[in-house]
Every structure is written in structure tokens, then in C-alpha cells.
Design a protein around this ligand. Sequence first.
Ligand SMILES: NC(=O)c1ccc[n+]([C@@H]2O[C@H](COP(=O)([O-])OP(=O)(O)OC[C@H]3O[C@@H](n4cnc5c(N)ncnc54)[C@H](O)[C@@H]3O)[C@@H](O)[C@H]2O)c1
Ligand SMILES: O=c1ccn([C@@H]2O[C@H](COP(=O)(O)OP(=O)(O)O[C@H]3O[C@H](CO)[C@H](O)[C@H](O)[C@H]3O)[C@@H](O)[C@H]2O)c(=O)[nH]1
Length: 337
Amino acid sequence: MKNKPILVTGGAGYIGSHVVKLLGERGETVVVLDDLSTGNADAVLYGELVVGKTGDMELVSKLIADKGIDTVLHFAAHTIVPESVSNPLKYYANNTCSTRNLLQACQDNGVSNFIFSSTAATYGVPDESIAACHEELPTAPINAYGTSKLMSEAMLRDLSAATDLKHVVLRYFNVAGSDPDGRIGQSTPEATLLIKVAAEVALGKREQLYVYGTDYPTEDGTGVRDYIHVTDLAGAHLAALDYLRNGGDSTLLNCGYGHGFSVRQVIDAVERVHGSAIKVIEQPRRAGDPPALIAAVDKIHRTLDWKPSFDDLDTIVRTSLEWEKTLQARRHNSNEA
Ligand SMILES: NC(=O)c1ccc[n+]([C@@H]2O[C@H](COP(=O)([O-])OP(=O)(O)OC[C@H]3O[C@@H](n4cnc5c(N)ncnc54)[C@H](O)[C@@H]3O)[C@@H](O)[C@H]2O)c1
Ligand SMILES: O=c1ccn([C@@H]2O[C@H](COP(=O)(O)OP(=O)(O)O[C@H]3O[C@H](CO)[C@H](O)[C@H](O)[C@H]3O)[C@@H](O)[C@H]2O)c(=O)[nH]1
């Protein structure tokens, strides 16, 4: 029997578009709901794109009912941490209140499965003695972005306890890289994430890379993160979908590789893969950055049938650089036209 259609909110964005691609390649029927605030229509390689907002309960209810949707993958959100500090209500409105409306529409229309994009930012700044963040660690977000996501986790937990809805919360660590076929990638215009910024510096879109902090208690003094390739992360969503369809209980899982790289190691990889040095300027620490953030991954491996294929820093960096070249060529062509 054919599976019912899947609603993917935020499917025109960076991570959502990679998940839509894998779902489409597997023959799933996909409906993307995206307001295109940061996403791009041409990143939606499969399925139907509906332009609209997750907070629009009437639209979402009608969509779920008309299409016979029984599974929702919820990526739509604002994602820029510093902006969430300066404009917190924007984050609570879009990430928390809109998610509440989306969940109401799911409840009203008997949606069975829900997969939610959460973040390691829910852990805040873990104690330095903690080598890897387990899912049971107390949560302590230090910015409105992390809190807005944690509040959505709580709504989902409570709704699943009260109804037949089953969910998987995926707490992503640092997502990077792009589709190895080169068709989609991260297009955020004012990116702040390390590997994206480093790739832009390598290709001359920016002058230099600032290294935020060289006095951390890490091996080389710079911050350490668990970078996961976006295609592996996308694969974890398909595994979570299969888990729920096979009757799995609601659960919460870290998504990472379980080991990390420092800022200096990332810079070395960019220079190695690109073949030339990039200009680097050392800066003081950035407020709110933990020294190291590594995922404990035993639970995801125990729970899902998921095997990463791109657990290699040079591969992550290479696909990021290739995508940056594609964006550069597209900019060049549109300037010429
Ligand atoms: N990129 C990361 O490193 C990272 C890490 C942890 C968690 N996440 C989470 O993953 C999800 C996807 O992030 P991303 O990096 O792909 O960001 P993105 O900005 O590329 O994608 C978000 C998408 O959601 C859409 N959108 C935003 N608000 C909407 C709304 N109210 N209704 C409909 N569409 C809306 C945007 O247009 C965009 O296409 C987010 O929930 C984010 O919090 C991302
Ligand atoms: O230009 C830069 C950008 C980053 N960094 C450093 O690189 C590391 C990674 O920083 P990112 O900005 O790439 O990512 P964060 O770890 O700050 O945060 C990201 O990952 C988190 C989970 O770990 C959340 O999901 C959050 O949404 C997402 O922005 C940090 O040590 C940071 O100080 C620099 O030195 N220079």
C-alpha cells in the first residue's frame, strides 16, 4: 500500500530541502509548506510547494485534510542565534507560537507522526567536565532561539502524552556541507556559521574569517563542535520516519557524529581542500559560545536504523566549497543577464 503524503514545513530551506530530496528519491509523496522568508522555491526538487505560514491554522488544517497527510516534518523556523537575542519575540512568535498552531491543526486532523527539528542550543553551555551531551542532560538554553525550540519540545511531549500523536525530536548539532550532487545547499545571505563563512572567505566573497576565541580549554584553544553533514542528517529523518511508521514510541535523539573539530582544524581543512590559505583574524570569544559541544550518539544508533556516510571533515568542507562555487556562478550569470 502506498504511504500517505508527508507535509514538510520549511522544505525550501537548507536542511528541509535536503530531506525533501531524499524523500522524493525514495518515492514518497511530499507537500512542502514554506513562506520563502529564507528559503528558495527552486530548492524544492520534489513534490508540491505551497507558499504559506505554519501559524496559519486555517491553511494548514485544510492542507492536511485535503491531502490526507498523516506525517509532518517540521523544519520551518527562524534560526539566527544573535538575532534571537536582539529580537526575542520574533523567535517566540515564529518558532513557538506558530508551532503551537501547527500542532493544533495536526491534532484537529488526526496526524499520527511528527518529526521536529530541535537543536543542541537547548543544552546551553554544558559543564566543562561533560565530554558529550546525553539526551538526559538538564536543558539550559542561553538564548531565545534555544528557548523557543525547547518550548516546542515541551508542547510536543505534552500533546503526545495526551493524544495518539507520536513524535521524534531530533536535536541537531552543527549542520554543514551540501548535497553531493551539487543541486542544493545553504543559501542564507548573511550566514554566520563557521564552515559556510570559511567557504565564502576561500572563494573571495568575504575578506577574512574571524576566529572567536583562542583561549578555550581545548587542545588548540579554539571552540570545538560536532559537525554533521546535512545529507547524513537528512538520512536520520528518513530513519525516524520509518521508526514511527513501524510503531516506535515518541523519543528525543541527538544528531551528530559523536566527535568534534576545533575552529583551527576546520580552517586547516578548508585550506587543504581549497588549496590555498585564507585570511584569518583572531578575536575575543563570542558571547555565549561553549568551549566544546559534542553529541552523545549511542541513543540514536540504538533507536534508528541510521548509518552516516559522510563522517569526514574534508568531505563536509569539499561539498560546502562546491556549493559556494555554484552560488558564485549563479550570481555571475544573473549579473550578466
Ligand atoms: N542549520 C543548523 O545548523 C541548525 C542546527 C540546529 C537546528 N536547526 C533547525 O533546523 C531547521 C531548518 O534550519 P535551516 O538551517 O534549514 O534554516 P533555513 O532558514 O534554511 O530554513 C528554514 C525554512 O523555513 C521557512 N520558514 C520560516 N518560518 C516559516 C513559517 N512560519 N512558515 C513557513 N515557512 C517558514 C523559511 O523560508 C526556510 O525555507 C530549523 O528549525 C532550525 O532551527 C538548524
Ligand atoms: O565566523 C565564525 C563563526 C564561528 N566561529 C566559531 O566556530 C564554532 C561554531 O560556530 P557556529 O556559529 O558555526 O555554530 P554554533 O556552534 O554557534 O551554533 C550552531 O549550532 C548550534 C548547535 O550546536 C545551534 O544549533 C545553532 O543553531 C547553530 O547556529 C564556534 O566555536 C564559534 O565561536 C568562529 O570562530 N568564526
